[in-house]
Design a protein around this ligand. Sequence first.
Ligand SMILES: Nc1nc2c(c(=O)[nH]1)N(C=O)[C@@H](CNc1ccc(C(=O)N[C@@H](CCC(=O)O)C(=O)O)cc1)CN2
Ligand SMILES: Nc1ncnc2c1ncn2[C@@H]1O[C@H](COP(=O)(O)OP(=O)(O)OP(=O)(O)O)[C@@H](O)[C@H]1O
Length: 191
Amino acid sequence: MQQNPLAIQRRNLRHLFRQRRRSLTPEQQQQAEIQICEKALAFINQHQAQNIALYLAVDGEIGTATLIERLWAEGKEVCLPVLHPFSLGHLLFLRYRPDSVLQANKFNINEPKLDIRDVIPSHKLDIIFTPLVAFDQAGNRLGMGGGFYDRTLCDWQCKSFLPIGLAHQCQQLERLPAESWDIPLAHILSA
Ligand SMILES: Nc1nc2c(c(=O)[nH]1)N(C=O)[C@@H](CNc1ccc(C(=O)N[C@@H](CCC(=O)O)C(=O)O)cc1)CN2
Ligand SMILES: Nc1ncnc2c1ncn2[C@@H]1O[C@H](COP(=O)(O)OP(=O)(O)OP(=O)(O)O)[C@@H](O)[C@H]1O
């Protein structure tokens, strides 16, 4: 198990900030979802993005349902993360359409049923919007602790997509204690 002071600090922060986002009221959640939708759409249009990875919100994460509906209406391609069936700790991104069949993964998060025809390789993605637990001004991101997005985003500067965090304002802190493998996101949108 993680024992070093940095790992303990990160685990404590993860616990605190997960509690913080879960304690938002349904009204605060709804307001935030609408606001983040507008900010994300503006960003997407500014970057003329067509293939966009999102996530289905759980555990108080800022909601994406409104944004996904708007993107479908605009004819954009929406993808969702799927836990890789063999490559432990890695994600695949699968096309998500209104008629996609979803199933719960081992964390009880819904994901598209794995069908190789729906896999979108990351070099075809324009933006990967990531969920996060906490973030700082420098774009550092603390996630749920699986390292899934860390692995996906490593060396993103050499790839074609932009990694953009989506978050509630209450998830920001002054400075996140960073690990050697943490690479700051290109940008974080908050509401
Ligand atoms: N909405 C959403 N989807 C996502 C992520 C995410 O952060 N949010 N992920 C981002 O990486 C991946 C899943 N990563 C996860 C990592 C840990 C836990 C989690 O809840 N762990 C439990 C205990 C572990 C268990 O149940 O076995 C916990 O910490 O309480 C959930 C998701 C892919 N999909
Ligand atoms: N680029 C990487 N390559 C290999 N292992 C990695 C990489 N990034 C992170 N890890 C491993 O993943 C584990 C979890 O990392 P970390 O605590 O930073 O996750 P997180 O960013 O909170 O989670 P997530 O990205 O899933 O939201 C670490 O123990 C680390 O060893």
